[in-house]
Design a protein around this ligand. Structure first.
Ligand code: AMP
Ligand code: ZN
Length: 114
């Protein structure tokens, strides 16, 4: 999608701090980190939000979580733990309409979320 900021990161039009990439997903550090480790994992296919997942594209979410697990090990955050967040729509706090999973780590998180 031409006016999507994350599609622009995927195709290299906007620079980003990429930490992982394969044929299906890309991971990059969040521009405005909320914890010492804060990166986003997004499918390369433009899917607006969880509301737009279906039986054809849902495999990308499974792949995203496999990548999150691998990156967590690689970054050494797996044992202490981390939080994976998906914000969906206005009430969920989604600001970029391209599905993405936040991975936050290296500090303690509270519950319930704000
Ligand atoms: P959300 O509010 O869940 O839609 O999350 C969007 C996230 O994208 C926010 O945490 C932003 O800081 C992050 N973000 C926006 N633009 C960029 C960018 N160019 N590079 C990296 N992260 C970005
Ligand atoms: Zn997009």
């Amino acid at each position: 999608m031409t006016d999507c900021i994350f599609c622009k990161i995927i195709n290299g039009e906007i620079p980003s701090d990429i930490i992982y990439e394969d044929d299906k997903v890309i991971a990059f550090n969040d521009l405005n980190p909320q914890s010492p480790v804060h990166f986003l994992v997004i499918p390369k296919e433009h899917i607006e939000s969880v509301n737009y997942l279906d039986s054809k594209n849902a495999n990308l979410v499974a792949h995203t979580f496999l990548v999150i697990g691998k990156l967590a090990k690689k970054l050494g955050i797996d044992e202490k733990g981390y939080r994976v967040v998906n914000n969906c729509g206005e009430n969920g706090g989604q600001t970029v309409p391209h599905i993405h999973f936040h991975v936050l780590a290296s500090r303690k998180f509270s519950w319930p979320p704000g």
